[in-house]
Design a protein around this ligand. Sequence first.
Ligand SMILES: NC(=O)c1ccc[n+]([C@@H]2O[C@H](COP(=O)([O-])OP(=O)(O)OC[C@H]3O[C@@H](n4cnc5c(N)ncnc54)[C@H](O)[C@@H]3O)[C@@H](O)[C@H]2O)c1
Length: 324
Amino acid sequence: MGLKFLITGGLGHIGSKLIREYAKRDDIELIRILDNFLVQRYCSLFNLPNGKKYEFIEGDIMNDSDLKKAMKDIDVMIHLASITDAPATIAKPEETERINFEGTKKVVNVASNSGVKKFLFPSSTSVYGEAEGIVDENFKDFKPSSPYATTKLASERFLQERAKTEKMEIIVLRMGTIFGTSVGMRFHTAINKFCYLAATNKPLTVWDSALNSRRPYLGLNDDIRAFEFLEKHGKSGEIYNVVTKNYSMQDIIDAIKEFVPNLKIEITKSPLLNQKPYHASNEKIIKLGFEFKDDLRQSMKETLELFGKVSYSGIDNRELNKSD
Ligand SMILES: NC(=O)c1ccc[n+]([C@@H]2O[C@H](COP(=O)([O-])OP(=O)(O)OC[C@H]3O[C@@H](n4cnc5c(N)ncnc54)[C@H](O)[C@@H]3O)[C@@H](O)[C@H]2O)c1
């Protein structure tokens, strides 16, 4: 008998790839997904790999009966469901608090009562806010600059406190901004959005202060491998920064320019929320034995390739077609 997994928000950018990668795991028997189609991504359920049992529950994490149904007989769960467009949460702080924080508390309570053994939670390095120098998991002077980041920080604190008395193991991944393709990918995060804009010949708007200061990014494949690694080697109650590398906007622009030579850039003096600098350390998870493998250039190439046939795109297809 293999493990039974529940992935809330499993149709999203991360979930849609995670369920496909976890289908390759011999130790998993069932992959159950709970998602409310907040963003309609039926495509995430298309053509799932053979050899696993999948169950899809169209339901809401705020609904007790959906949660109880979803948690039945589950061994491990990853709670991805969340409102995720950070800048957009500034206009809806109450709803963000309700889904991202109150929702997480509710999910943990039902998971605990249902006998779930492990609970993995995706937080975000945006909890650090703007910070000087290199920040690690011991950093305390958080300056979250959106309701999204504030609710992630509040959830982390709740989960750490809860882990002290909880039989269920609770592990938090403080993840950098994701880059990389998936069936259900979204484009409101920095690198993916830039690839889309570049591919459709639109200018990238870059905050001048962000050009040379770095912030943390995480390749999607690294993220999915980190979830499995921490499920197996992480310690309950601990938080782990999960960051492939810290890149500056200039690094990102230079990488895109390899494929889109005539890239247009507009420099703005107004601070852009998802370009605020902070440099997050990934030493803690590396010391535990994890290896980051994703490559920014390769992931960008794959993202740009998705748009490669769009007319008037500025992509240099000769560069894309070059084999690595
Ligand atoms: N993508 C990133 O850059 C990034 C970085 C750090 C942390 N995270 C976190 O990882 C998780 C997954 O991120 P993603 O990029 O896949 O996000 P996403 O927005 O692509 O997916 C979230 C999914 O949750 C579902 N959902 C939202 N509210 C729900 C509800 N009330 N009930 C049931 N389902 C609901 C949505 O329909 C969607 O399919 C989120 O918690 C996010 O905060 C993401």
